[in-house]
Ligand binder design. Structure first.
Ligand code: CA
Length: 225
């Protein structure tokens, strides 16, 4: 993870650089706004830590310029000023987080880690027993055999698999497969579930989908490997 630290106080800059390096970050430092602008143009950073009070300009202007140019790199602002106005201005300028000096170093590290954590992606391949559904390619197989599903059947199976091992209510199934339609039509739902069950459970080893009376439907939990 590459970090650009923009801080003109030499001692503080050295302290943060040393600490972040020990935490496994790769740190470049700049002592002013002009130097930082050059580094931002030349380098690719995962995170910018920026002091507000710089000898040749202020951090807000630098941050606003970054955002205007479409640079979305996460930014943590550092400042001695702790007023509400400054915090608001920092966040309005496009800062992702804000720390008032003096701050605890481990708080800086914790906030940096939060910003650098990749967004959690939903799983692409869902399974139950020998059934597998690939959300991206929309490929569904049971024991290696391809199963062709309609869009509604696919949507129903996906919801069941995302809650594998737990009952899914009729309302939730309906909501997912019939987006924007609020009234649950039980007959229509049962017809589509019936077709889905025939396709999924046909022939192969054992039924995976079962009716949960008074609730909805449930698919077996994936086999524990
Ligand atoms: Ca400063």
């Amino acid at each position: 993870m590459r970090v650009l630290l923009i801080e003109d106080e030499k001692k503080l800059s050295a302290f943060i650089t040393k600490g972040l390096t020990q935490e496994g970050f790769s740190v470049d430092s700049a002592a002013g706004a002009a130097e930082a602008s050059r580094q931002l143009l030349n380098g690719v950073y995962d995170l910018v830590i920026m002091d507000v009070n710089l000898p040749d300009g202020d951090g807000f202007a630098l941050l606003e310029a970054m955002r205007r140019e479409g640079d979305a790199t996460p930014v943590i602002m550092l400042t001695a000023r702790g007023s509400v106005d400054d915090k608001v201005r920092g966040l309005e300028s496009g800062a992702n987080d804000y720390l008032t000096k003096p701050f605890a170093f481990r708080e800086l590290v914790a906030r940096a880690r939060v910003l650098l954590r990749p967004a959690e992606k939903p799983e692409d391949v869902l399974t139950a027993g020998d059934l597998s559904l690939d959300v991206r390619s929309r490929r569904v197989t049971r024991a290696g055999r391809r199963i062709e599903l309609t869009n509604k059947e696919f949507a129903l199976l996906e919801v069941l698999l995302r809650s594998a091992g737990r009952p899914v209510s009729r309302a939730v199934l309906w909501e997912h497969a019939w987006e924007g339609s609020f009234e649950v039509d039980s007959n229509v739902l049962d017809v589509h579930m019936g077709r889905l069950r025939r396709k999924v459970d046909a022939g192969a080893g054992g039924k995976l989908i079962r009716t949960v009376y008074g609730v909805g439907y449930q698919i077996e939990a994936p086999e524990r490997g």
